[in-house]
Design a protein around this ligand. Structure first.
Ligand code: SAH
Ligand code: SF4
Ligand code: F3S
Length: 481
């Protein structure tokens, strides 16, 4: 045990070695400090988290917010707060640029507020050159940590308070999965649940395996226990999270398949809807398709990233399926679950992509008829195999392909959205409509948004709504009594 000295109490000799007790200890020590500052300033200390990137990061941010609130901060509503944390993403270059851009703004705020602390975490911090740059040119940042030690925020904050120096703690691998720390959910009725961390796939364009480490699954018992707790506190919908949920449980002893896990989650009483993200086509089993078909709770939505429709490019991407295998998989899914809504991710302009390759992508889009698709322009990530590939595609060609793809995707999606018009569907009510007073917004099992007149006490409830009209990507409806 390190014997760190601290200004507001002599040492931390009695910090426990085991988790989560150790973090509980630091949370309460931070709390003492924050209470002292609050007393001095005559106002609460506020905190604010800005999250970039995917669902995994959004869920980490809920845990980080849980720790900050437990430590005595109040949630602020802008970067003009006393503790500002950016949870970063590095999947594409522009995500990084946005963070550097906003750091300049944070610096100007810090000059005005001497109590302000700035912390950075998330995927971008796992890149050594980013941390070097921050150490050199962004000395005003107080705390830097990565993706593997999110649970340690209170300890790092305590370190920062004691040392008054920039605290940097980046691990290159996950050493432990710490259970049972506080979390502050954005919605009371739905929640993300990590089922696994990391990725072993090494798609040749992707930086995620380098910044999130190797695959590690949580045990089914821990997952079920967490979901049961969530249900007791009012959650009716869970989103099971992992970079590749279809390879869940392979490294557990004994191994457990994702389909088996879903069967167990299905049995949890009081839980109404189960979603999951993301499925890699290469690992999607027939067992999973039949669980989806039989289930009353698994939502009628599958996100199945295509990336490219050209088998030649898919091979260079190291995706380990062909165009034909992907289309056959879609057919099997549609056969078993006819009302399923399919969404996808597609990259345009991967090195060496020709017009013919791009036509193959359009062909798959037209055959599968996705309900929506996230389309990305290929971004070169240093250190990945694709970054070293020749034949990077010129920007103006990529732009043109991107526009063609987006138009095709949007046209098909808006045609699809009309599918359920003039039927009654079950809607989980999510929030007050931001645009129209007296209206509510909710989601169908297939993830489509529905707006309908209603009142706020419906939030978190499953209601039946008649879909009067389809408007491109959403429906307008009427509550059925
Ligand atoms: N694990 C998920 C995706 C995680 S990243 C999966 O395999 O589907 C989310 C999406 O970002 C990917 O599906 C891919 O379409 C996109 N992406 C990843 N790396 C990229 C890069 N270098 N350039 C452009 N898009 C990228
Ligand atoms: Fe990246 Fe591929 Fe892993 Fe998805 S499966 S996170 S795209 S390496
Ligand atoms: Fe971005 Fe990290 Fe997610 S790089 S997409 S936040 S796993």
């Amino acid at each position: 045990m390190q014997n760190r000295k601290c200004v507001f109490q002599t040492d931390i000799g009695n910090a426990p070695d085991t988790e989560p007790e150790r973090q509980q200890y630091f949370i309460s020590r931070c709390r003492e400090w924050i209470q002292e500052r609050t007393g001095e300033l005559g106002r609460p200390l506020t905190c604010y988290i800005s999250t970039f990137g995917c669902q995994m990061n959004a869920h980490d941010s809920e845990k980080l917010m849980g720790i900050l609130l437990a430590a005595g901060f109040e949630e602020g509503n802008s970067e003009e707060s006393d503790f500002v944390l950016y949870n970063t993403c590095t999947v594409r270059e522009n995500a990084n640029q946005r963070v550097y851009g906003r750091l300049g703004y944070l610096h100007s705020l810090k000059k005005k507020n001497p109590h302000m602390m700035i912390a950075l975490c998330g995927c971008m911090m796992q890149e050594p050159e980013v941390v070097e740059k921050l150490k050199k040119s962004y000395r005003f940042v107080d705390i830097i940590f990565g993706t593997h030690n999110v649970y340690k925020l209170a300890e790092l904050l305590f370190d920062r308070i004691c040392s008054r120096k920039m605290v940097i703690d980046i691990w290159d691998e996950n050493r432990r999965i710490v259970e049972d720390l506080p979390s502050e959910r954005k919605y009371s009725f739905k929640s993300g649940v990590n089922i696994m961390f990391g990725c072993n796939n090494f798609c040749s364009y992707c930086i995620v395996p380098y910044v999130r480490g190797r695959e590690r699954s949580r045990t089914p018992d821990d997952i079920i226990r967490e979901i049961e707790g969530l249900v007791r506190s009012g959650v009716v919908e869970v989103m099971l999270l992992g970079q590749n949920v279809n390879s869940y449980g392979k490294n557990l002893d004994p191994p457990v398949s994702f389909a088996e896990l879903l069967r167990r989650v299905e049995k949890i009483e009081g839980l109404s809807r189960i979603r999951f993200m993301t499925s890699h086509p290469k690992d999607l089993s027939d067992e999973l398709i039949s669980v989806m078909a039989e289930s009353k709770k698994v939502c009628r939505h599958l996100h199945l990233p295509l990336q490219s429709g050209s088998s030649r490019i898919l091979e260079r991407m190291n995706r380990r399926y062909t165009k034909e295998q992907y289309l056959q998989l879609v057919e099997r899914i549609r056969h078993a679950v006819p009302d399923i809504s399919l969404t996808t991710d597609i990259i345009v302009g991967f090195p060496g992509e020709t017009d013919e390759d791009f036509e193959e992508t359009l062909d798959v889009v037209k055959k599968v008829r996705y309900d929506s698709a996230f389309t990305f322009i290929y971004s070169k990530r240093t250190g990945t195999p694709a970054a070293a590939m020749e034949n990077q595609v010129p920007e103006e060609i990529v732009r043109k392909r991107f526009d063609t793809l987006l138009n095709t995707v949007q046209e098909i999606a808006s045609q699809n959205c009309g599918r359920d018009v003039h039927t009654v569907q079950e809607v989980l009510v999510e929030e007050r409509d931001v645009q129209e007073d007296g209206w509510m917004t909710g989601r169908l099992s297939n993830n489509t948004i529905v707006h309908f007149p209603g009142s706020e006490e419906l939030v978190g409830k499953l209601v039946n709504v008649y879909l009067d009209e389809a408007r491109g990507f959403y429906y307008m409806g009427t509550l059925v009594k």
